[in-house]
Design a protein around this ligand. Structure first.
Ligand code: C5P
Length: 235
């Protein structure tokens, strides 16, 4: 009996990883890990507890102490010390600080066990930056999902506008560029495709097309089971 299978989906901000990973996990009946939410929750924790964000030791300690729960079921709720913080985590403030503290090796180390605990039968879809390169290096299925910067920014703009936030495309482009640069250039677990990852550029693809491509990478006894659902889902 080996470990349960993992499908890792890494890539830059706004490439559609969240939507695609969640949908695939649901169709396969597998567990889902939103590792970015863990870094965002730590950012929120640091803000609320007034931990100095440039102090690696202090932030790593906050990571160890963080009481974070992902509710099971479809709600996608994230609880920090029992409080629902799902909406707060989606803010740019948390995203920006998450990407700063994510550069600290001790912080990444402190969050490893939490992330690995999601690997449970029948399988796991793991969404992040270093799922295939570090956290689940032995995963049998790896995808690196990317898209042109402008398209990623356009998608993010639509998401934020749907949440009633007042932002411009230029602001988002600047923000994504800065975050991507930090994620790519950091020494520890930089954002790069794993050597054995399949790179998919989603710039010209619909969500359904991306999902179908990824499902085709899985062995037929796993991927084929859910492909008919795709055909009937109407995109
Ligand atoms: O994916 P999301 O935008 O929620 O992630 C927020 C930030 O957390 C990223 O910009 C990145 O710096 C960090 N992160 C990471 N490793 C992961 C997931 C997220 O460094 N596996």
């Amino acid at each position: 009996m080996g470990e349960p299978p993992v499908l890792t989906i890494d890539g830059p901000s706004g490439a559609g990883k969240g939507t695609v990973s969640r949908a695939i996990a649901k169709r396969l009946g597998w567990h889902f890990l939103d590792s970015g939410a863990i870094y965002r929750a730590l950012a929120l924790s640091v803000l609320e507890r007034k931990v100095p964000p440039q102090d690696e030791e202090a932030v790593a300690k906050a990571a160890q102490e963080m009481a974070l729960e992902f509710s099971s079921g479809d709600s996608g709720q994230i609880l920090l010390a029992g409080r629902d913080v799902t909406a707060r985590l989606a803010t740019e403030e948390c995203g920006r600080l998450a990407s700063k503290i994510a550069a600290f090796p001790k912080v990444r180390q402190a969050l490893l066990a939490k992330q690995r605990s999601f690997r449970q039968a029948p399988g796991l879809v793991a969404d992040g930056r270093d799922m295939g390169t570090v956290v689940f290096r032995d995963a049998p299925y790896k995808v690196f999902l990317t898209a042109a910067l402008r398209e990623r920014a356009r998608r993010r703009l639509l998401q934020l506008q749907a949440q009633g936030l007042d932002v411009t495309l230029d602001q988002i482009i600047k923000d994504l560029e800065e975050r991507d640069r930090r994620d790519r250039e950091r020494k520890e677990a930089p954002l790069v495709p794993a050597q054995d990852a399949v790179v998919i550029d989603s710039t010209e693809l619909s969500v359904e097309e991306v999902i179908a491509r990824i499902l085709r990478l899985l062995p037929p006894d796993i991927g084929n089971k859910v492909l008919p659902v795709l055909a009937g889902s109407g995109g």
